[in-house]
Design a protein around this ligand. Structure first.
Ligand code: KG4
Ligand code: ZN
Length: 347
């Protein structure tokens, strides 16, 4: 079936068209279009996402992306079998814009509409095809799996039995991993979003230069905590005021912070994989765009003889295609979501 998907949970407006086939054991996707309009330049001066500005931009972008994807072609409308839209979690004023837009389209063109969970979008995004490594989604090679979702709003570790059954093993008790990258970037006077900026600086720094803490690494649970790590960076910078603006120093701070965050994410995920006899490790969410995190997780999985799945970079940060995948899977699972903004929706 052909699915039109809409994503407006944060600061990216996403509209995508996917072709989805297969059942719950072997779903297959092809992405016919994946349009993303980023609002980064709008929010950058504020150092983070401003919900009402996000709402205003989504309202402006949605009709433009719809026009671009459909090209006013009546044949395009006929092709769509299902519309799906993110209902949460996310910023409610932003979520509402997508939901209302999707409702209007569904009514006008008489198409079925279902809600999608943003976190499920991240979780299934490794199934979207990439030119690098097409995923052959065979149940037997993937499950059980340890899946880490690391984004700007969430850090959740799951044990997955199948594409439709999973259990939350742990989550962050304070800041999400991406949020920690964003906050540390601000301490280093880097622009929003901080993740890619930290990664750039870190590439020229020494990850062993500063021994930042690895919070909750040795605790016997699968929860995370990143606010203490951010505070450790803050105190380190305060203790080194004179060097603070030197590029070499900043690179070492960025590299050491990045490695501390990555070590916790990788080691806890691998510990879960071991304890639950996983066959694979899945990494997803905006933070999965981080090359060092991807390669460290991949090496760790390989060392333990596990398969490793990560979305291609086009699908890590928020986009419509992943919501199309989530909508299709929700439909196969017969899971329904209310068509209203649910800011704190869980996975
Ligand atoms: O999944 P996402 O696009 O939005 C949410 O659902 O939150 O994730 C955005 C987060 C931001 O905090 C951003 O700084 C982080 O992902 N991020 C990264 C990188 N690229 C984006 N963090 C570390 N390294 C990166 N290269
Ligand atoms: Zn996201």
């Amino acid at each position: 079936m052909n699915i039109l998907a809409i994503e407006t949970s944060c600061d990216e407006t996403g509209v995508a068209l996917l072709r989805a086939t297969g059942g719950l054991r072997a779903p297959r996707f092809s992405v016919l279009a994946n349009l993303v309009s980023s609002q980064i330049p709008i929010h950058r001066p504020f150092g983070g996402v401003v919900p009402n500005l996000a709402k205003r931009e989504h309202l402006k972008n949605l009709p433009l992306l719809w026009e671009k994807i459909s090209g006013h072609d009546p044949e395009f409308i006929k092709k769509i079998d299902l519309i799906t839209v993110t209902v949460g979690p996310g910023l409610e004023p932003a979520l509402w814009t997508g939901i209302e837009f999707a409702k209007k389209l569904a009514k006008e063109y008489k198409k079925p509409l279902i809600g999608a969970n943003h976190l499920e979008g991240h979780l299934y995004s490794f199934l979207l095809p990439s030119s690098v490594a097409p995923v052959q989604a065979e149940n037997k090679v993937i499950f059980p799996a340890a899946a880490l979702i690391a984004s700007g709003g969430h850090t959740v570790l799951l044990r997955m039995e199948s594409f439709s059954k999973w259990r939350r093993l742990g989550e962050t008790r304070d800041d999400a991993a991406g949020e920690a990258f964003d906050k540390v970037a601000r301490l280093l006077d880097l622009p929003y979003p901080g993740g890619p900026e930290i990664e750039k600086l870190a590439a020229a720094g020494d990850p062993k230069a500063i021994a930042f803490p690895r919070p909750m690494l040795h605790e016997k649970n699968y929860d995370f905590s990143f606010s203490g790590l951010k505070t450790a960076v803050l105190y380190y910078l305060k203790g080194n005021e004179k060097k603070r603006m030197k590029r070499e120093f900043k690179c070492d701070v960025a590299a050491s912070f990045q490695q501390a965050a990555i070590d916790v994410l990788v080691l806890k995920t691998m510990r879960a994989a071991e304890e639950y006899d996983a066959r694979s490790v899945i990494l997803c969410g905006g933070v999965a765009a981080n090359g060092k995190l991807r390669s460290d997780m991949q090496h760790a999985a390989k060392k333990s003889g596990l398969s490793f799945f990560v979305p291609s970079n086009a699908y890590n940060s928020d986009n419509g295609a992943m919501i199309g995948a989530a909508g299709y899977m929700a439909r196969l699972r017969k899971k329904t979501y209310r068509l209203s903004a649910q800011g704190t929706l869980d996975i």
